[in-house]
Write a protein that binds this ligand. Structure first.
Ligand SMILES: Cc1cc2nc3c(=O)[nH]c(=O)nc-3n(C[C@H](O)[C@H](O)[C@H](O)COP(=O)(O)OP(=O)(O)OC[C@H]3O[C@@H](n4cnc5c(N)ncnc54)[C@H](O)[C@@H]3O)c2cc1C
Length: 473
């Protein structure tokens, strides 16, 4: 249902990510031109690439590390996400238990250690990214979702998580929404942060450590060159082409057209959208409670995620997850009026007491979905290239772990990380077009239908469940 005031609320929203729309932004670094060499070339300057560069330099300060990004560091998913930095490396505990039952205890421990290490790095490098370890509150908004929350709380406790199940009154005492029927608060395995400030802070830390960074530099080709790899680059209209001969290459290009053909089978680019409100007044804040500032998510298949910012706005995102035929990725797809109207209507259903509040920003971005919902890893070119991809909308924390794995793979080392099933096994591939688009659209339709029918999954979803295939954001 579209409420009459949603159009007004969206009327002045700027069509750009709030986090990147800041008066103070880092100056772009010059494109790469001419011929260069490096011990390690990192392709992609989102979190995955930046963590790879930072960790490589921290481990070996003399290593010559060069990072290039087709845009500016953090312009893509890393600078425009919800800022939920979760400990989970498996897109949630239930998914991890189902897919990696033999090592989920270890993965939970590694995830926890990873989140702690992110907090420590943020402190060590003085990265001002409003890091708050608030935990996450999952809420039921339909009666059938209460059983799912209770099961998740049981599972969480079994694996040592600090979870609290909240009844209707308790959850509304935390956050005042008339739609809430119950909740589960996982108290310390999620931090909230300012995503662009994290990316820019990691970029600063990388530069301080001696990483050479070139922005507006797209790698256009990669080929074997004796014992090394040769990358060709293009730097936009004004810049001459460049080239890098590197002993090792880390691919961290997320949902963008991959430089390695095989990655096309394992990931699909899916657009996810978000709105940001204006800062709330003191009276509006009083009307919603939310004093403990948890990250919030509801628990349908099509779910919303929402959170407060440091300056008292609300980010409200999710629900639609849109795939475009042929893996299409394009700037025009970052805006989708129908989704913004849906999100605005759902926002005011969730918080009717905020009627009159306006949105200042609306945007979308692309995530790299894979059929197992969590990152996979691999090497090519006789181990000289390593990649990680497939974060499926939960990469803020997992990218740091993926960077550690990437560096272990590039070292050719047999380590506790490279021995993990999570690292050795690949997700099931997506079929080629036209079956890819048809399958994804049927799955999306079925998930929406399940949400409308008390969670009942149709034959198609049950078949996917049995084959270990899925679609999520
Ligand atoms: C709207 C939205 C909300 C999200 N919310 C959350 C959340 O709350 N929590 C969470 O955990 N995750 C969330 N995610 C997902 C999360 O943002 C990503 O998983 C994470 O940022 C991935 O980081 P990355 O470095 O792999 O990718 P990116 O940040 O996409 O970086 C990839 C980089 O590679 C560069 N590149 C691509 N091809 C080339 C090339 N050929 N040459 C040079 N450079 C190239 C691109 O320019 C880009 O900068 C969200 C994503 C979106 C879009």
């Amino acid at each position: 249902m579209t409420l009459p005031h949603t159009g007004r609320a969206l009327a002045d929203a700027a069509p750009v990510p709030y986090w990147l729309d800041r008066p103070v932004r880092p100056d772009p670094l010059p494109p790469l031109t001419g011929a260069h060499t490096a011990d390690l070339l990192v392709v992609g300057g989102g979190y995955a690439g930046l963590w790879t560069a930072v960790l490589a330099k921290e481990a070996e300060p003399d290593r010559d590390v060069l990072l290039v990004d087709a845009g500016t560091c953090g312009w893509a998913a890393s600078g425009r996400n919800g800022g939920f930095c979760a400990a989970s490396l498996t897109h949630g505990l239930a998914n991890g238990v189902e897919r990696f039952p033999g090592e989920i205890v270890e993965l939970e421990r590694l995830g926890r250690e990873n989140l702690d290490a992110i907090a420590a790095t943020v402190a060590r490098h003085g990265i001002d990214c409003d890091f708050e370890r608030t935990g996450e509150l999952a809420v039921a908004v339909e009666p059938y979702q209460l059983d799912g929350l209770a099961a998740d709380a049981d599972l969480g406790r079994r694996y040592g998580r600090d979870v609290r199940l909240l009844d209707r009154d308790q959850v509304r005492a935390e956050v005042a929404s008339p739609t809430y029927l119950g909740g589960m608060w996982d108290r310390d395995r999620t931090a909230l942060l300012d995503p662009a400030k994290l990316a820019w802070g990691l970029r600063r830390a990388a530069l301080d450590l001696g990483v050479r960074i070139h922005e507006h530099t797209r790698v256009t080709g990669l080929a074997a060159d004796g014992a090394a790899l040769h990358a060709t680059t293009a730097g936009g209209a004004d810049a001459a082409p460049g080239a890098v001969r590197a002993a090792r290459v880390a691919l961290a290009t997320n949902a963008f057209p991959p430089l390695l053909r095989r990655l096309r089978a394992w990931t699909v680019p899916v657009y996810d959208y978000a709105l940001m409100t204006e800062p709330l007044t003191a009276a509006q804040r009083d009307a919603i409670g939310w004093r403990r500032r948890q990250g919030l998510a509801d628990t349908g298949n099509q779910f919303h995620y929402y959170r407060l910012t440091a300056d008292g706005r609300i980010l409200f995102g999710g629900y639609d997850a849109v795939y475009h035929y042929g893996n299409r990725v394009a700037p025009a797809l970052e805006q989708r009026e129908a989704t913004f109207r849906t999100l605005a209507a759902h926002f005011f259903t969730t918080f009717p007491q905020l009627e009159g509040l306006r949105f200042s920003h609306r945007w979308g971005g692309v995530i790299d979905t894979c059929t197992r919902f969590c990152a996979f890893f691999g090497t090519a070119h006789s181990g000289r290239l390593a990649y990680a991809a497939g974060y499926t909308g939960l990469g803020v924390g997992a990218t740091r772990f993926a960077a550690r794995v990437t560096l272990d793979l590039l070292a050719g080392a047999d380590t506790p990380l490279t021995r993990l099933d999570l690292v050795r096994r690949k997700p099931l591939p997506f079929p080629p077009e036209p079956f890819r688009a048809a399958g994804i659209n049927l799955t999306r339709w079925s998930l929406a239908r399940a949400d409308a029918r008390n969670g009942r999954r149709n034959l198609w979803l049950r078949t996917l469940d049995r084959s270990g295939l899925g679609f999520d954001s």
